[in-house]
Design a protein around this ligand. Structure first.
Ligand SMILES: C[S@@+](CC[C@H](N)C(=O)[O-])C[C@H]1O[C@@H](n2cnc3c(N)ncnc32)[C@H](O)[C@@H]1O
Length: 440
């Protein structure tokens, strides 16, 4: 009988990770791709494929030199790229170069051997074993001279697409390097305390008793000193807390609200900010989202946190198609946490940078404009609209806010953080917030 407690073989994890990398290269998101991995392999495949996403620029540049004619089979290409990312970390480690916390490091010979085993285990890559072995061994031999040449290319140096780097350079001439460096670090784990269930101090004490150290961040947050599996943190089932980044936790405190007000959360799913609004105030709240399956997650979130009530209405609709969902009664406050490129959260979703295309930016900006312009008439005079995106591209932030004010003379710009760049003191994700009041 095989021992079910035994850790899965590295070669099996490598194969699962390469399949996920291959899926991303064909346009699928990494989290979707990892859902297809067998559950026993998923944690390992996730760590390996996350590392690959953070170093894909270097690996591609190396592959272009080492194999001028790229293999036609996507799985073989993915095994080579994954192998180059991991081998590079091993070689850097051997040279005592500093590596990001949590970088997977294996002895080079073990790694190459296991990658060849991984290739052997799948019929689509079996015939490429020799090629994979040869490419990786050559990278090892030529590393000292080849690597410095590769990192002269921006994409290999920063591990982001060239257009993305150029966009950040234009937008943030003083900060772009810090932003790109922050994207390579594993993110901290932050909790938002459900203050309807217990106080932040209570939760912090209970975590300390369970051996989890943390410190306060923002109004309602706790930052864990080291990330923990969700189910091992006391109070998940009881709804004491939610996982939410510090920057995302800024939304609810920014909206000036009072109990009993009518509030619209226009792009609500999966419900992190909806829940935070309801934890802080008793509201008549409508949570809207255009994606049915994501909207179901809002319901689950509110149920777990004990926030579901007859005062909360969930609706599936396009926020920009107001006649389809509005009952004609104006809102006191609107949260518009609109869809965006997600350029501020690449350290949590390192595949995003490779999945986006330059024209996505103008497409999402146009959708954002359409949504907030449609929402504005549903706001009561004297009410507030908070515009939010998890993007650090000005087209989805500052530019969008400026253009909104030009189009709406009855909008007044109130104080809000604007762009929060990665590498900020709270160590929160990149975000943008603009708060507008309706004057008449
Ligand atoms: C940034 S996410 C919202 C995150 C959410 N506010 C939270 O804190 O958990 C953007 C959401 O907008 C939804 N969405 C996209 N286009 C939309 C539209 N036209 N109308 C309403 N929702 C839309 C997406 O399905 C997605 O769930």
């Amino acid at each position: 009988m095989p021992d079910s407690t035994q850790a899965p073989a590295l070669s099996a994890q490598l194969l699962a990770a390469a399949q996920a990398v291959s899926a991303v290269l064909s346009g699928q998101s990494l989290s979707e791709a990892l859902e297809h991995a067998p559950s026993s392999l998923r944690p390992g495949a996730q760590a390996l494929s996350f590392h690959a996403m953070r170093h894909l620029g270097l690996a591609r540049a190396a592959a272009a030199v080492l194999i001028p004619r790229q293999p036609a089979e996507p799985l073989v290409r993915a095994l080579i790229l994954l192998g180059l990312c991991l081998l590079d970390a091993s070689l850097q480690h051997a040279q005592a170069e500093p590596l990001a916390h949590g970088t997977p490091v294996y002895p080079s010979h073990t790694l190459v051997h296991q990658l060849v085993e991984a290739a052997h285990a799948h019929r689509r890559s079996r015939s490429a074993k020799g090629l994979i072995n040869a490419v990786l061994r050559r990278y090892g031999r030529e590393y000292a001279t080849l690597r410095p040449r590769l990192v002269e290319q921006p994409e290999a140096r920063w591990n982001h697409p060239t257009w993305w780097i150029a966009t950040l350079q234009r937008a943030w001439p003083d900060d772009w390097m810090r932003i790109l460096q922050a994207a390579q670090q594993p993110p901290p784990m932050m909790l938002r305390v459900n203050t309807r269930a217990l106080t932040r101090e209570d939760l912090a004490q209970r975590l300390q008793l369970a051996g989890i150290s943390c410190h306060a961040v923002g109004d309602d947050g706790l930052r864990l000193d080291s990330p923990q599996p969700v189910r091992t943190i006391p109070g998940y089932e009881q709804g004491w807390w939610s996982v939410q980044d510090a920057s995302a936790q800024c939304a609810a405190p920014l909206l000036p609200l009072a109990d009993g007000q009518r509030v619209l959360d226009a792009c609500a799913a999966p419900g992190g900010k909806t829940a935070h609004l309801l934890e802080r105030h008793s509201l008549y709240l409508t949570a809207l989202d255009s994606d049915t399956s994501r909207l179901a997650r809002v319901y689950d979130t509110l149920q777990r946190l004990g926030l579901q009530s007859p005062d909360v209405t969930l609706k599936c609709a396009d926020a920009a198609d107001v006649p389809a969902w509005w009952d004609g009664q104006p809102y006191d406050a609107i949260l518009a946490d609109v869809p965006c490129t997600a350029s501020g959260i690449v350290r949590r979703h390192p595949d995003i940078r490779w999945l986006r295309r330059p024209d996505d930016l103008s497409r999402t900006a146009a959708l954002q404009t359409r949504i907030i312009d449609a929402l504005w008439p549903t706001l009561i005079p004297g009410g507030h609209l908070l515009y939010a995106t998890c993007s650090i591209f000005p087209q989805e932030g500052e530019d969008q806010a400026r253009a909104f004010l030009e189009r709406h003379p009855d909008a007044r710009h109130l104080s809000a953080p604007g762009h929060i760049l990665p590498g900020n003191p709270s160590d929160g994700d990149g975000f943008f917030y603009a708060l507008f009041a309706k004057t008449s």
